[in-house]
Design a protein. Structure first.
Length: 376
């Protein structure tokens, strides 16, 4: 981006389309041939902008996954066309609009099946759905046992329903010890066999999330669901780095003001930082009103002219101050990197998450509407 144009922006998140594509290709290359991929774009694409991410990854995916009906409908309004699966339960009065838009709900109770069927019959359109199976997380899904088989028989018997898919979700696939994950996969496989014996055969079974994909667990069904890894972030630091991912999002701003602060003076709300010696201080126009964590007060660092500069005092709603005593070139207009690389230095999401006490996934989701997303 041109210097001038950049300076017009107080703060912006830069999203690399090349990184998103690289991550999809790297995962695809590590998977058994013929496995379909779904791109998980819930929570506005983990803060990256769901519709834009969908467009970029379209060549690689068979499905998009979201968490809520509104998210799915918004993607349709924005012209996103592939099948969309909603991973969580939705209120029953949404079913008609979902069926019309070709959006698949997750179904796991008879009440849900009955409402979906009623809407499908009224519209005269067969409604595809995915059966959510609980293999141990105890979040949603019918139990992967005989009671679950009986319930699946009832659910699939409702008129005008199309048993398109079936899935379960891992809850510990990002750890070294994959025993729980293996048990979950085995339960799912047995459940699938038990349904097949009753003549129930969904066309698309899917199990692996990002951690499963990277550890090659649950990747031998029909499809996998790539979330955090699509954005270039490892689900956990202890993950085997089998696939090289590239973080897609970086966060940038511009210095608005630079001044000398004499020894003994306080900086920012509460006076939690007092300069022990004279300091050169730069003001950065970003704050917790943008989703930048206040917990980085007196702790976080940013990059200015390729050097790390520590945050001095509290992060305010819209601004914070950093130490540029060692960065002679720092001046109003100097680029500030809050997340990402500048020269040989890099601030990773893991570092920000660790220092702020936020979970990496959460950090991404918290960047809000006030931060424009620029795709390049
Ligand atoms: C969020 C979610 C995913 C994606 O998880 P990642 O760890 O981001 O890959 C996959 N499946 C379900 C059911 C989810 O809720």
């Amino acid at each position: 981006m041109q210097q001038e144009e950049r300076e017009k922006r107080r703060v912006y998140a830069k999203i690399s389309k090349a990184a998103l594509c690289h991550n999809m290709e790297a995962m695809q290359a590590s998977l058994p041939a013929g496995i379909k991929m779904a791109g998980v774009v819930k929570a506005d694409g983990y803060g990256h902008g769901a519709a834009s991410v969908c467009e970029v990854i379209a060549p690689y995916v068979a499905f998009y996954c979201v968490a809520a009906a509104e998210e799915a409908l918004e993607l349709r309004e924005k012209g996103i066309e592939k099948p969309i699966l909603i991973l969580g339960p939705v209120p029953g009065d949404n079913y008609a609009s979902l069926i019309r838009a070709g959006i698949r709900p997750s179904i796991f109770t008879e009440e849900q099946a009955a409402s979906l069927s009623t809407a499908a019959v009224a519209l005269g359109i067969r409604a595809p759905f995915h059966l959510a199976v609980d293999t141990g997380m105890n979040r949603i899904g019918l139990r992967a046992d005989e009671t679950g088989v009986a319930l699946a028989e009832k659910i699939t018997a409702y008129p005008m329903l199309d048993f398109e898919g079936m899935f379960t979700h891992f809850y510990r696939a990002d750890e070294w010890d994959l025993e729980t994950t293996e048990r979950q996969t085995a339960r799912f496989r047995n459940f699938k066999t038990a349904l097949a014996e009753k003549g129930l055969k969904p066309r698309i079974c899917h199990v692996a999330n990002s951690a499963g994909i990277l550890n090659l667990h649950g990747t031998d069904f029909d499809m996998v669901r790539a979330g955090i890894a699509l954005y270039g972030i490892y689900p956990a630091e202890e993950m085997a780095h089998t696939v090289r991912l590239k973080p897609a999002l970086s966060l940038h701003s511009t210095v608005t003001y630079v001044k000398e602060v004499p020894a003994g003076e306080a900086i920012s709300y509460g006076g939690t930082y007092v300069a022990a010696s004279a300091k050169r201080v730069a003001t950065v126009p970003v704050g917790y009103g943008d989703g930048y964590p206040r917990s980085l007060s007196n702790k976080g660092e940013v990059l200015i002219h390729g050097k790390r500069c520590r945050i001095l005092g509290r992060v305010c709603m819209d601004q914070f101050m950093v130490d540029v005593s060692e960065v002679r070139e720092a001046a109003p207009g100097s680029p500030v990197t809050l997340l990402g690389a500048d020269g040989n230095e890099r601030i990773t999401l893991e570092e920000l998450a660790e220092k702020s006490g936020r979970f990496p996934y959460e950090f991404m989701c918290c960047l809000n509407r006030r931060v424009p997303r620029i795709y390049c």
